[in-house]
Design a protein around this ligand. Sequence first.
Ligand code: ZN
Length: 279
Amino acid sequence: MWIDTHCHLDAAEFDADRDAVRQSARAAGVTRCVIPAVHAAHWAEVAKLAERHGDAYALGIHPLYVPQAQEADLLALDLALTERRDDPRLVAVGEIGLDFFVPELCSPDMRERQWFFYTTQLKLAQKHSLPVVLHVRRSADLLLKGLRQCPVVSGIAHAFNGSTQQAQAFVDMGFALGFGGTLTYERSLQLRRLACELPLSALVLETDAPDIPPQWLYQTAEQRALGATQGCNSPAELPRIAQVLAGLRGLPLTDLAAATSANACRVLPQLAALYHHAP
Ligand SMILES: [Zn+2]
């Protein structure tokens, strides 16, 4: 039994076969997915999807959607979190964070705007006693600074790809680190080392589907030029990604499944109640 702690099942890439994608993940042993929202227009959709498939969801404004987001969306988020307070499937505020990789988000104005949306959403997580699901891209130190100013109960640093020190700082704040498809590439030396060095209690698994295809789905630019289509990542890939991590750590797959599921339930406490109830 596996938990995909980060899966964008609401993404347009799944419009044609969303239910089938979720079903094949279930058949592969992925019993729970956490579906983080990326902007206000999708909040109702992720809640509906979680309800339909026995999954969990998070509500937030993703840093890549900060340019088109309105400040009123933050008030709407506060309201949505209040209205859904008793929904057992609402497990976190997310996906929120900072992205200093995408050039358009790196101007001084945009950095400031990202910081405003990130810190305001941290305050909402604190107010509603919810964990956060963090998008970390060239931004770990600033994200940590925000958390020190406004501590939250716990959370996940998703698609983590930072240093050991940064990883430890997140762990010290009650966070788990999300590992996924990037781990499946042999050239991900630093990330693989980190995934082996960290205590098992710090790790959760994720696909980030439809993004971050694992190595076996990835088509190079040359292959695509020859007509191959980029493989679409899906939550059904989680067990195979887990197999890579189990191999790297020299751990039985069943132990990794039990540990990462327990970790996910620890950092997203609402998930525990869902996880232990069928289906
Ligand atoms: Zn994401």
